[in-house]
Design a protein around this ligand. Structure first.
Ligand code: NAD
Length: 395
């Protein structure tokens, strides 16, 4: 079975690092460390092989995948020169398969990233049929058995009144009426699900989270899942908060301050775009602890750091005899090297679900996301149990 992976935001850091990693694995230059699908019990599933994945995608800017990776190497040392040279030809070939997307209703900061290729005059139904054609041509040109669409594009501002699109009929009427409020992520998601392509939303953007799109996924029996990859500070939080809950240590406050200097950080400087990210990072603590606590998340753009994201968390808690104590941690991660393997994992796992007829939302993938769709469980180890149970059932 040949599987295509269509990356929305294909020329960005996460997508370019995922493509580099997959091709470096294919060429024997690196191993799969960091990928969940490379360890048991997941590794025993009949997943598409990483070296067989065929990449394509949409973007709105013209800097090539090779240039993005070259810049990442120069600024942050990831990947190293040897790995980059091993995959350079592959990156050029894949970049030729990147089509111009749409930045519709993504906010001014994202529109400024685009190279003016979009006129703004195209109707929503025109955009949707163009995206569907792009997916279909890719499948046809490469003789693919399956196409998985993964959104790794910049974070959009949150939607106002998403309940207006609670049913598929509402959503399709909005497209016909050229509704100005529908953001690009929902158009990419709709175009995938309507033609039976599994869809993953690695970003905080709306994507397939609207009621109408969930209905479409159910109706067409297509797997989909989101939102917002859990790769850094929130990952640590979801592993650590259950410790405080389990030992009845009362969290009085949990402050998290993130600084990063890549393009994602630049987009998140815009308060509208930042609102979506802060919302998806913020809501797990109360769920895990079972009570409200002072819980602030800050994200600041610090250009000199490039892709090396630093998070500082300060936890003030109370134990026996009303004793107040503190814990602090600092997380320094290569943002893209943390995210990229999960993109490959998710592509392989939704392809697996599709192959086995598991349509609709995919709760077993909750551990990958900050705000897992239709799953209330935020404790990392319990979320991983969902994945291990799925693997046991399908072995
Ligand atoms: P990036 O800015 O490097 O890449 C985003 C790419 O998307 C750019 O090439 C941009 O031109 C493109 N783009 C923007 N809007 C588009 C649109 N409407 N259609 C098509 N392409 C579009 O960002 P990144 O660091 O690669 O992060 C990508 C996404 O993943 C962000 O939403 C980010 O919040 C999310 N994410 C990243 C991490 C991580 O890096 N650790 C973790 C979780 C989520």
């Amino acid at each position: 079975m040949s599987t295509g992976v269509w990356l929305v935001g294909a020329r960005g850091n996460v997508a370019s690092t995922a493509i580099t990693g997959a091709r470096a694995i294919a060429r024997g230059a690196v191993d799969g460390t960091g990928m969940v699908t490379e360890v048991e019990p997941i590794a025993s599933l009949d997943l598409p092989e990483v070296d067989q994945l065929v990449f394509g995608g949409h973007d709105i800017q013209t800097q090539s995948i090779e240039e993005t990776v070259e810049q990442a190497h120069r600024d942050g040392g990831v990947p190293d020169r040897e790995t980059l040279d091993a995959v350079r030809e592959d990156l050029r070939e894949i970049d030729d398969r990147v089509n111009i997307g749409t930045a519709r209703q993504c906010g001014e900061t994202i529109e400024n990233l685009s190279d003016g290729t979009e006129t703004g005059e195209e109707s929503l139904s025109g955009i949707v049929s163009r995206i569907r054609d792009d997916y279909a041509s890719f499948v046809r040109d490469h003789g693919l058995d399956r196409l998985v669409v993964v959104n790794v594009s910049s974070t959009e501002p949150p939607m106002d009144e998403p309940e207006r699109y609670a049913s598929l009929a509402d959503f399709e009427a909005a497209i016909e009426d050229d509704d100005p409020d529908l953001p690009a992520s929902t158009l990419y998601a709709y175009s995938a699900l309507v033609d039976g392509h599994p869809y993953v939303n690695f970003t905080p953007s709306t994507g397939s989270a609207l009621g109408g799109l969930r209905e479409l996924a159910e109706q067409n029996d297509v797997p989909h899942m989101g939102r917002d990859g859990k790769t850094g500070e929130t990952l640590v939080k979801s592993a650590l908060a259950p410790m405080f809950a389990g030992r009845n240590l009362r969290v009085l406050s949990w402050e998290g301050h993130n600084i990063l200097g890549n393009t994602d950080g630049l987009v998140l400087e815009d308060d509208d775009n930042k609102a979506g990210k802060v919302a998806s990072k913020g809501n797990l603590l109360e769920e895990i602890l079972g009570y409200d606590t002072h819980n602030a998340v800050r994200i600041d753009y610090t250009p000199s750091l490039g892709d090396w994201k630093t998070a500082w968390d300060h936890i003030h808690f109370q134990g026996f005899l009303e004793t107040e104590m503190k814990m602090q941690f600092t997380w320094e991660g290569s943002d893209s090297a943390l995210a990229a393997p999960l993109v490959l994992d998710l592509a392989r796992l939704v392809a697996h679900a599709d192959e086995h007829g598991d349509g609709g939302c995919q709760p077993q993938l909750a551990s990958f996301f900050k705000s897992p769709q239709e799953v209330d469980e935020h404790d990392l180890s319990r979320q991983l149990e969902l994945l291990y149970d799925y693997a046991e059932q399908h072995r």
